[in-house]
Design a protein around this ligand. Structure first.
Ligand code: RAM
Length: 384
């Protein structure tokens, strides 16, 4: 297993190098991140897709000017739940974008990562008379009546991070392609396990659109015979709450003593799982991977048997928040309607294009996920 992990580290390191270099969408700190020198070679050596869309959109970016995204309106962000550092970073980016363009930022933080708490927030935003609501949905369908009410009140509605159903939004700001995330995570599970044995998923809320889409994507990747040696023992839900995620990790370990890999496509879950595995002295037998914040995971990432996480992935949540902020203004200003083929240019010069999403609605993709490993985690842990 060790050898496999090492070879994966090299691959992921190269992929991360290239992704760091794919430019335009990282904030200044991210752009300063290490290892960008190897960009050309790494790009040639990896098959990482998805960057082309951005280039095409940039080439086509015709009419948009800075003035198109200037605003004096009010923009509400509804995150998945309070108390999750990932959501705070998303909110930081959204706020920065809105305020830089002259708008007013309003944050609504649901008490729990569920639909009911978000419906209360939507109703509050309607009463406040905001001009747009950007929401990271805890449930694709359950928010539809409240969001339809918002729409009928003349409020623009978009999703970010975790989609509402297509009928409830004008567009979805998606952090990365669903298939790409599914393939990346499944490849990591295969690599870290050596291609055989038991693995488990530790997810967030059972209704979370983004986690469920990634899990479905992983399951379809796993149908390929290359993954036939792997047995998924179950999907556990920690609801993006730290203690619940700890408890669910305990359950995974006690119900499956021979589990080899826990894959957590949630920043809350991966940190809880990584800590539990190390605290129990199991990091030599059980490895953790998934989607994590470098700032929270730095202590757990390492190639040896005292560290539980050999490598993991994420995108820049601050940039995702910024993208949603700019997209909100573009919708309110009528620069875009959210229809496939629409495009706008952000104030930093990055062009974004609206494309078809797999649920029948539309989306704007931020970019590919980055890989974090022992070689680059030190530089990234202070970025987000
Ligand atoms: C958690 C949330 C969020 C997801 C990240 C990876 O913080 O569930 O929606 O995008 O993890």
């Amino acid at each position: 297993m060790k050898k496999k992990v090492l070879s994966a580290l090299l691959c992921v390191s190269m992929a991360a190098t290239m992704l760091v270099g794919c430019g335009g969408k990282t904030d200044d700190a991210a752009a300063d991140a290490p290892a960008a020198e190897d960009t050309t070679d790494a790009a040639a050596d990896t098959e990482e897709p998805a960057a082309e869309d951005t280039t095409d959109a940039a080439d086509d970016s015709a009419a948009a000017t800075d003035a198109d995204l200037t605003t004096d309106k009010t923009f509400c962000l509804i995150v998945k739940s309070a108390g999750n550092p990932y959501n705070q970073k998303e909110a930081d980016g959204f706020k920065e974008a809105i305020e830089a363009q002259g708008g007013t930022f309003v944050l609504q933080e649901p008490a729990a990562a569920d639909a009911e708490s978000q419906i209360t927030c939507i109703n509050n935003a309607i009463s406040q008379g905001v001009d747009a609501i950007a929401i990271a949905a805890n449930d694709a369908d359950a928010l539809q009546p409240a969001l339809t009410e918002a729409k009928n009140a003349g409020i623009h509605v978009l999703a970010l991070d975790s989609a509402t159903n297509a009928a409830s939004r004008e567009v979805f700001c998606n952090q990365a392609g669903i298939t790409q995330v599914g393939e990346t995570l499944m490849e990591a599970v295969k690599d870290i396990s050596g291609g055989e044995g038991k693995w488990a998923i530790l997810s967030a809320a059972s209704t979370a659109t983004n986690q469920n889409a990634w899990i479905d994507s992983m399951k379809s990747v796993m149908e390929d015979s290359a993954y036939s040696g792997l047995e998924l023992v179950g999907v556990y839900y920690g609801d993006d709450e730290y203690q619940k995620s700890v408890d669910q990790t305990d359950a995974i370990l006690s119900e499956n003593p021979d589990v080899k890999v826990i894959c957590a496509p949630t920043t809350v879950g991966i940190m809880a799982a990584a800590k539990v595995v190390e605290d129990k002295g199991l990091a030599g037998q059980v490895k953790v991977t998934g989607l994590g914040l470098p700032s929270e995971m730095a202590d757990y990432i390492g190639a040896d048997d005292s560290h539980s996480c050999p490598y993991m992935f994420l995108w820049n949540p601050i940039d995702l928040g910024k993208l949603a902020g700019y997209t909100s203004i573009a919708l309110v200003n009528g620069v875009i309607t959210g229809a496939e083929g629409d495009s706008f240019t952000a104030p930093d010069g990055t062009a974004y294009e609206v494309t078809a999403a797999s649920d029948g609605g539309t989306e704007i993709i931020l970019g590919p996920p980055y890989g974090f490993n022992p070689d680059n985690i030190e530089e990234w842990k202070s970025v987000y």
